[in-house]
Ligand binder design. Structure first.
Ligand SMILES: NC(=O)c1ccc[n+]([C@@H]2O[C@H](COP(=O)([O-])OP(=O)(O)OC[C@H]3O[C@@H](n4cnc5c(N)ncnc54)[C@H](OP(=O)(O)O)[C@@H]3O)[C@@H](O)[C@H]2O)c1
Length: 262
């Protein structure tokens, strides 16, 4: 089976590191032209140089902060107005800060809702009309296994992930007839900057070492190891390719079996 994305252009959110960058790298390796989208121009300019170009692709960057939905929309609109194409949209950004839900402030929910639901929604609205014209499109949302089973100490995140999954499922049924698929990938504990922050919080809260925190996480994972961002990227590439044409409206966990539901 050859997973080819040759001739496709992908906008990949949150792609200077972690899961987003891994997806961008694999998409480029599969032949796609990639637009890295995040808020740090310097990091984006460095990372775009690392993307494979064996098919003569000209990758580029888009700079915007997901906390400011209006600017993200303006930046992507500008790209499309200048003749840019988006066949594949990866909705991804940094996760909401960890914390108990009983301590969460209303503004914490508002901020997370903006960067995880409103931005996804506005970007999808921008790219869907041209996807419909081409009768081909892929929208993939990087969410969390907390869609299926809430995670302790991630109150705001758990709440907003449910909303993202519900938005995604609804959109999937509306656009499926245009050969546009919309899916959520639910990473488990995956070795990235985001996980480092969660591990650090655990060491402080439970007064344990980093190794002990990692070991206790691995104990809960039937596969016995933390995930690699490439584990997530592989599924994203499959869903983004022609092989994924009949998969839509799903929430697929990439978690080594950790989630204790179907
Ligand atoms: N890693 C895990 O174990 C895990 C598990 C479940 C779910 N997830 C979720 O998967 C998603 C990606 O996680 P990750 O582990 O890859 O995170 P990460 O390593 O922290 O990377 C986050 C990426 O998003 C960008 N970003 C952060 N805030 C942004 C903002 N306001 N505007 C634009 N870009 C922003 C960052 O770029 P700049 O800072 O350079 O802008 C970076 O490229 C998150 O929603 C996370 O919660 C992760």
């Amino acid at each position: 089976m050859n997973i080819s994305l040759v001739g496709r252009t992908a906008i990949v959110g949150g792609s200077t590191q972690g899961i987003g960058f891994s997806i961008a790298e694999l998409f480029a390796e599969c032949g796609a032209t990639v637009l890295l989208l995040a808020r740090n121009r310097e990091k984006l300019s460095e990372k775009v140089q690392l993307l494979p170009t064996q098919n003569g692709q000209k990758h580029d960057i888009l700079v915007a902060d997901y906390n400011d939905a209006v600017t993200v929309e303006l930046v992507v609109r500008g790209f499309l107005d200048d003749g840019g194409v988006c066949d594949i949209l990866i909705n991804n950004t940094g996760g909401p800060a960890p914390g108990l839900i009983e301590n969460a402030k209303p503004d914490d929910f508002m901020a997370a809702f903006t960067s995880h639901v409103i931005v996804n929604h506005r970007l999808s609205q921008l790219v869907i009309p041209a996807m419909k014209n081409r009768t081909w499109g892929r929208i993939i949302n990087i969410v969390s296994t907390s869609v299926k089973q809430p995670l302790a100490g991630l109150g705001v995140s758990n709440t907003v992930r449910g909303a993202t999954a519900s938005w995604s499922k609804t959109l999937a049924s509306e656009v499926a007839k245009h050969n546009i698929t919309v899916n959520c990938i639910l990473p488990g504990a995956t070795k990235t900057g985001r996980l480092d922050a969660i591990i650090k919080k655990k060491t402080e809260q439970q007064n344990i070492t980093e190794q002990e925190a990692i070991a206790s996480m691995e104990k809960e994972i039937p596969a016995g190891r933390l995930g690699d961002p490439k584990d997530v990227a592989g599924l994203a590439a499959f869903l983004a390719s022609d092989w994924g044409a009949y998969i839509t409206g799903t929430n697929i966990a990439v978690d080594g079996g950790r989630t204790n539901t179907f």
